[in-house]
Design a protein around this ligand. Structure first.
Ligand code: AMP
Ligand code: TRP
Length: 330
């Protein structure tokens, strides 16, 4: 098999939403056909910021596995596993830590921001683990010698740092052990939430991934349209309407027609919302059913993750031996 290898991960940090799917997971589902893919539920990364309350961690891991499978990630085609189950991630992060200049980590643009932001949620992130977040991420990727990494653009600094670490490792130990990985950005735009801000768990404006058709309808009903429009025959302004934003994403075939009718006062907001709900449910109703079905099969989920872990370990052990040999660590 000569396909390029992809590695990507997601933190199991609570209920997954449609924005996560549109921005990341949906892209993975497409990539699985053309690449050899390794996808990891990165629980150690979740611990870097949520170390103080781990009571939901196992539940979140299981839910994330269910989300991935119900979105259509194939557990045979891809390697799907939990990061902490393959000890080499921690081991390589430790070894890479030896060659990582502190200044590189302190310079990561999101580092100081995030410490500030999350301290408002009562999280103290002035920890060794949080500073080392990018080192652990670099370890994830290069442990498998992955060459492509699908991530959101917010991760570009981490990817750049990974490449710098690869160059530094190869230079210091005078061996081309690792290839330099490249980011693969999806062309999906940021999905707004039902209030028009970025869809995000912290704004409480999400449509949960795997929502039932009734939930989807209820969330759409809450979306604000053009507030100037009182009667159906009033001319609407789609530019300020959240439902229109969603039509553009989920109803590409009809959006132009809807826009014209809205501006002309020929379609009411209720009907527009109904059309949107139907379109979204073509995608989401299936996912909802698969999610329900998988939720009833905890043993199957466990088996999938164990199977992935075994396959990941085969690659990780082999590469780890090579890495340690280059460093004269036996
Ligand atoms: P987060 O849970 O915010 O860390 O995001 C996990 C992944 O989902 C990242 O790749 C994000 O880029 C993506 N993502 C999160 N929220 C949205 C959104 N509203 N629209 C598009 N992508 C998103
Ligand atoms: N930092 C990534 C994010 O927040 C998650 C992640 C951890 C990751 N390890 C990775 C992504 C390795 C790609 C490759 O989205």
């Amino acid at each position: 098999m000569n396909k390029e290898r992809i590695f990507s991960g997601m933190q199991p940090s609570g209920r997954f939403h449609l924005g996560n799917y549109m921005g990341a997971l949906g892209n993975w589902v497409k990539l699985q056909h053309d690449y050899e893919c390794i996808f990891s539920i990165v629980d150690l990364h979740a611990l870097t910021s949520s170390y103080a309350d781990t009571s939901q961690l196992q539940e979140n891991i299981r839910e994330m596995a269910i989300d991935w499978l119900s979105a259509g990630l194939d557990p045979e085609k891809n390697i799907i596993f939990v990061q902490s189950h393959v000890k080499e991630h921690a081991e390589l992060a430790m070894l890479l830590g030896m060659i990582t200049p502190l200044s590189w980590l302190e310079r990561v643009p999101t580092y100081k921001d995030k410490i500030q932001n999350l301290s408002t949620q009562g999280k103290d992130l002035r920890t060794y683990g949080f500073l080392g977040y990018p080192v652990l991420m670099a370890a994830d990727i290069i442990l498998y010698k992955a060459t492509r990494v699908p991530v959101g653009e917010d991760q570009s600094a981490h990817l750049e740092l990974t490449r710098e670490m690869v160059r530094r490792f190869n230079y210091i130990y005078n061996k081309e052990v690792f290839p330099e990985p490249q980011a693969v950005y999806s062309n999906a735009k940021v999905l707004p939430g039902i209030d028009g801000r970025k869809m995000s768990k912290s704004y409480d404006n999400t449509i949960p991934f795997g929502a039932s058709p009734e939930e989807v309808e209820a969330r759409i009903k809450m979306m604000i349209t053009d507030p100037q429009r009182i009667k159906k025959i009033d001319k609407g302004n789609p530019d300020i309407c959240i439902v229109y934003q969603f039509q553009k994403v989920f109803n590409t075939s009809e959006v132009e027609d809807i826009e014209r009718k809205c501006r002309a006062g020929e379609i009411g907001c209720m009907q527009c919302k109904k059309i949107l709900a139907e379109k979204m449910n073509v995608l989401l109703a299936d996912i909802h059913l698969r999610r329900e079905e998988l939720s009833r099969k905890p043993n199957y989920i466990r088996e999938v993750l164990e199977h992935g872990e075994k396959r990941a370990r085969v690659i990780a052990e082999k590469n780890m031996a090579e890495i340690k040999a280059a460093m004269n660590v036996f």
